[in-house]
Design a protein around this ligand. Structure first.
Ligand code: GUN
Length: 298
């Protein structure tokens, strides 16, 4: 069994980004600038956004965190987004999800200019991704694809079973894995809460992407000998013995599953660090106008 070290791979890619930023600056260019909007006080979101801001500093990006109260109105949030769309000193921005219930997430997502949508959540970016046109690819699926690539894990002709169909992970990763690319060219089965006989399906999988958000859901009896297992889960479960009072739990029962796998990602230290790197890479693409050349970016 080979442990896929997302932390190490993320660090390598951060070094590459840092070198590119240094190169831009040595020619008189300015540092890429990412803005993150956080509404409310969700503990996990605060941690994620904090890590994103910290990572920006590590690679030499400028970053700005805009924090608003839980009661911040949808109208005011949309106004902030319009301002960021117009601000030529901002290359890309994200609105951390989930948002408070009184805010319509679809309205917010569609208000972001596609050329600044470094999360890749805007329907135009998702559509372009599906059509194999240049687009911002959502950070977690992008990170998963890069782990498969950098570990030279064969995907062509393999049966990949994705568990979970979220807009952020399951749906886009199933599209990426089925495309005519490398990594890619998988036969993909996208499973979800209404799938019957899930175990029968996962037992046929060469690659499993577990992205349903249920701690320790995938157990050894559901996994074929030699399978590749990618664990996207990151649920906080109570752990009174720890100072912070919780631990991060993956969707995979690592203790049971790992001995059956050819490759597996741990939690933490697997997909998580790669998600942040995906966002940094998208921000660099935005700063360089690589996805939407300047003359068509509005
Ligand atoms: N919430 C969980 N994952 C993400 C992400 O990748 N981007 C944003 N904006 N919110 C999230």
């Amino acid at each position: 069994m080979i442990l896929i070290d997302g932390k190490l791979t993320a660090q390598q890619i951060k070094n590459e980004i840092r070198a590119e930023v240094d190169e831009i600056r040595s020619h008189g260019g300015r540092a890429p600038h990412l803005v993150a909007i956080l509404v409310g006080n969700n503990g996990a979101s605060e941690t994620y956004v904090g890590n994103k801001i910290k990572s920006c500093a590590e690679v030499g990006f400028k970053s700005t965190l805009l924090r608003f109260e839980e009661t911040f109105s949808e109208e005011n949030l949309l106004r902030e987004i319009h301002q960021l769309n117009e601000d030529e000193h901002v290359d890309g921005f994200i609105v951390q999800l989930p948002l408070p219930a009184h805010i319509n997430v679809d309205l917010v997502t569609e208000a972001i200019l596609p050329s600044k949508d470094v999360d890749g959540f805007h329907p135009i970016n998702l559509g372009r991704m599906t059509e194999q046109m240049p687009s911002y690819v959502p950070a977690t699926p992008k990170g998963i694809m890069q782990l498969l690539e950098r570990y030279n894990i064969p995907t062509k002709g393999k049966h990949c079973v994705v568990i979970g169909r979220s807009n952020i992970v399951g749906t886009p990763v199933s599209i990426l894995l089925s495309r005519n690319t490398n990594p890619g060219n998988c036969t993909v089965t996208l499973t979800h809460s209404h799938t019957s006989n899930l175990k029968e399906i996962t037992l046929q999988a060469d690659i499993i992407v577990a992205a349903l958000g249920k701690p320790y859901f995938l157990t050894a009896d559901m996994v074929k000998e030699g399978a590749v297992v990618i664990d996207v889960g990151m649920t906080r479960v109570p752990a009174p013995e720890l100072k912070q009072g919780f631990r991060l739990a993956g969707d995979v029962d690592f203790a049971g599953v790992s001995s059956k796998c050819s490759y597996i990602t741990p939690v933490p230290g697997g997909v998580g660090p790669m998600t942040i790197v995906g966002l940094l890479q998208n921000t660099l693409l935005a700063a360089r106008h690589r996805i939407y050349p300047e003359h068509v970016s509005r």
